[in-house]
Write a protein that binds this ligand. Structure first.
Ligand code: FAD
Length: 507
């Protein structure tokens, strides 16, 4: 893969993007389109683009979102499957990067470990570890755009299981899937009930002897066709660009409407989902035991079963669900609180992610370390007291990328505004230090809750709210001005000095 070379004479770029996943590639596209004169570079810790879609290799890995909203606004999704496998998503991302020359701007194996802001110079000094050589490199940038995702790449989350070492079979975490694992004819036990488990189980059930899903708490699972017939018809009729644009709009409205309905009428939503589930399960199946979560629909992400694959595997007897708690691992499997023992050859711990904010970088502003829980998110994309720093965190209630596109647009408008007024520094400053704050993500998922204390917070009023509403964000990030009384613009001393000094005349 090609790699960016840094201008070694200055070691400086205007914008440094951290991470070459969906968000980093998207940010590069918008930056290049709106500010072609600006220099930028993407630093990527791994040796490949794609982030999530390259890291996870477990059987069946696919999106939960339709690619008409998970895809970029500027690049149509052409595949007939709206719910797509990781390899198709990766191909789409890499095609985007290649088409726009973004792949030439990526420096691989380069992990950003820290960044220090100097107000005097209006720049960040960034420390980067190089994976291959172990060398540390320093460079500077005027803006730091963190697109480092939201979880640790080196280690997935596994709770402590009593007696784990006693188990004689294999224990695997989906984040570290062995490429050569052959589970044909094996008894597989998957611990977990989230999107990963729901994806893995039908995929493994094709060749495994049997797959058991062991869950402590049920999730909501909705069956949906993997192909969107209307989208495919529109594409055939109107062409890729117009067909995609219409389907995207339809799906955005649909996603928001479903989410709002679930928030407003949780009981009705629960009843509808339960009845749909029951129709897809064998007669007499204990739906209320295995598909009846204690929380309301969309308090956590709904899991998706494309073409009802999970329900089909259950109907065919290739997969089953057990709702219980583990007392201990045993030599043969796990012993449950009910006294039942589940035997297995392979145990998959689909127990989640370790959330990590801002790519794990440590930030310093004028010598003072930034404590993320003491910062407040400004418009869901900058941090109070941290100048020239933007980050990409997408939606948790609809496609992640929908928000990324809007915040990249806003970021580009902000740069244009600063250019027009000769500013080189933008720092969100909270006017009311007594403003009540709450967690950044109002999401009940275990992985979010475990990390809440390490994350920035949000306020109770604009611009300190982190919106989960696409319509609200279109207004805030696309339409409303970038100026805000709580976003302070300034010229650095370095810039003022440069302006005051007489220009050198070359004879
Ligand atoms: C299995 C799975 C399925 C998912 N399915 C969906 C879905 O269907 N719909 C949806 O909306 N969301 C989904 N998500 C959430 C998903 O992660 C996001 O939608 C999206 O892929 C995130 O893209 P990103 O570029 O922001 O982050 P990532 O994909 O995590 O990419 C971040 C990149 O930054 C790099 N990086 C991180 N820190 C540093 C650093 N300090 N220095 C240099 N590089 C760094 C990483 O190596 C990585 O390449 C899913 C998540 C998982 C785990």
């Amino acid at each position: 893969m090609s790699s960016a070379s840094l201008d070694t004479t200055s070691g400086h770029v205007d914008v440094l993007i951290v991470g070459a996943g969906v968000s980093g590639i998207g940010a590069a596209y918008y930056l290049q389109r709106e500010h072609p004169q600006r220099s930028f570079m993407i630093l990527e810790a791994r040796e490949a683009t794609g982030g999530t879609w390259d890291l996870f290799r477990f059987p069946g890995i696919r999106s939960d979102s339709d690619l008409h909203t998970f895809g970029y606004e500027f690049k149509p999704w052409r595949d007939e499957h709206a719910i797509a496998s990781a390899d198709k998503i990766l191909a789409y991302l890499r095609e985007t990067a290649a088409e726009h020359g973004i792949d030439r701007k990526i420096r691989f194996g380069s992990k950003v470990v820290s960044a220090s802001w100097s107000s005097q110079d209006a720049r960040w000094t960034v420390e980067v570890d190089h994976a291959g050589t172990g060398e540390r490199m320093t460079l500077t940038c005027s803006w730091l755009f963190c697109a480092g995702g939201y979880y640790r790449y080196d280690e997935g989350f596994t709770p402590r299981f009593e007696g784990r070492e006693r188990f004689r079979g294999l224990i695997i975490h989906p984040q570290h899937w062995p490429a050569d694992l052959d589970y044909t004819g094996q008894r597989v036990l998957v611990i977990g009930s989230g999107a990963t488990a729901v994806t893995l189980i039908p995929a493994m059930a094709d060749t495994a002897a049997h797959v058991t899903m062991l869950q402590r708490t049920p999730s909501y699972v909705m069956a949906m066709p993997s192909k969107d017939k209307l989208a495919n018809r529109l594409r055939a009729l109107l062409g890729d660009d117009r067909g995609y644009a219409i389907t995207r709009r339809k799906n955005i409205i649909q996603q928001q409407a479903i989410w709002r309905f679930c928030q407003k009428y949780p009981k009705a939503a629960r009843r509808i989902i339960r009845n749909l589930n029951a129709k897809m399960l064998p007669a007499g199946y204990p739906v209320d035991e295995h598909f009846n979560p204690p929380y309301n629909p969309w308090d956590q992400r709904l899991c998706l079963a494309p073409n009802g694959d999970l329900f089909k595997a259950i109907r065919d007897g290739r997969a089953s669900i057990v709702t219980d708690r583990i007392v201990t691992f045993t030599e043969q499997g796990v012993l449950l609180e009910s006294g039942r023992e589940l035997e297995a050859d392979i145990i998959v711990t689909a127990t989640g992610l370790n959330v990590q904010a801002m790519g794990g970088m440590s930030l310093t502003v004028d010598g003072r370390p930034v404590s993320l829980p003491d910062t407040i998110a400004f418009k869901g994309m900058m941090l109070s007291g941290v100048p020239n720093f933007a980050y990409a965190i997408g939606y948790t209630n609809s496609s992640w990328t929908l928000k990324i596109g809007l915040l990249c647009e806003h970021f580009c408008r902000l740069l244009a505004y600063m250019d027009a007024h000769g500013y080189d520094t933008a720092r969100p400053e909270l006017a009311d230090p007594d403003m009540p704050t709450r967690p950044l993500l109002n999401f009940a998922a275990g992985y979010v809750q475990r990390a809440i204390a390490q994350l920035p917070r949000q306020g109770d009023r604009a611009p300190w709210l982190t919106s989960m509403s696409y319509a609200g964000d279109v207004r805030l990030l696309r339409r409303l001005p970038v100026e805000d009384p709580e976003l302070r613009f300034s010229h650095s001393q370095a810039r003022e000095q440069a302006a005051a000094e007489p220009a050198e005349v070359v004879a």
